[in-house]
Design a protein around this ligand. Sequence first.
Ligand SMILES: Nc1ncnc2c1ncn2[C@@H]1O[C@H](COP(=O)(O)OP(=O)(O)OP(=O)(O)O)[C@@H](O)[C@H]1O
Length: 309
Amino acid sequence: MSFILKTDNLSHRYSNSSWAIRNINLEIAHTGVVGLLGSNGAGKSTTMNIICGALNQSEGTVYINGTDLRKHPETAKKDIGFLPQVPPLYPDLTIDEYLIYSAELRFIEKNKIKGALEEVKERCGLSHLSSRLIGNLSGGYRQRVGIAQAIIHKPKLVVLDEPTNGLDPNQIIEARKLIREIALDHAVLFSSHILSEVQLLCKEIIMIEGGRMIFSDSMDAFNNYVQPHSVLMRVENRPSEEVLLKITGVTKVDFLSDKQVRVYFDGGEEITERLLAASMQYHWKLREINFDKTMLDDTFKQLSAQTNQ
Ligand SMILES: Nc1ncnc2c1ncn2[C@@H]1O[C@H](COP(=O)(O)OP(=O)(O)OP(=O)(O)O)[C@@H](O)[C@H]1O
């Protein structure tokens, strides 16, 4: 199989400190969005900076479309577009001036720059703002300009480091839409520390924590992993533990008070129907029932523990 991005045991330590990332093995073979999820300091930016050639790794290899980035940076970088965490924007330039400059940096032939500029502005919804100074743009539009410079040379791989950070909810929705469109004909590596953000955008997810990869699979597999395993019930009349434990699927019961009980279960969400039926039969007077979603921190812990076994 040929990969747009492949990393072999990528590891990095800043000067003499401990490993910032260790043995990161990534493979991206097709278009679409791959999410790189990790809490602050997990190693996302370090990984992305290395993949884009902005930082030299201490160990390991990055292949872009089969080319070793360290050995042949010019060839490899033609296929990379990068929006770093702090976008490299010049507030005193207009959008046109900045994107033309970006096109020149990317060695786009002179007679093709105008076409590339118009196409990328159209794609990123910037055509009506061509001569606006970047310094006068809203955060959302600045981020679009950042994305535009990352795709102006039509790279196979687009790397976006926390592109929705600092945007307001409407701007986040717009940015998400744009990233989805770009992912139709590019492979996009997208980082975030927000699980729901990655769940909304990505078909595949890679989680790193403490510089190590702790999960890499489809979003479906991840969602199955974080399926809720307990429900919280609020009732008027305290149920009997014996009755609860006899309900199919129920594995454990914790009484938080006489009116609040956490029920652990194996299996799917049909548990609620069984609890509802039991409530009718035993007159618990069920007032509320909610799934306890596994918190991201817990998920990190569970996955880390599993990986380190
Ligand atoms: N220039 C640097 N010098 C020394 N240590 C660094 C440097 N940059 C990052 N680190 C350290 O490397 C580790 C990984 O940081 P990195 O910025 O890659 O994480 P991140 O997942 O991108 O976090 P964030 O979302 O906060 O940017 C952290 O322990 C961080 O303190």
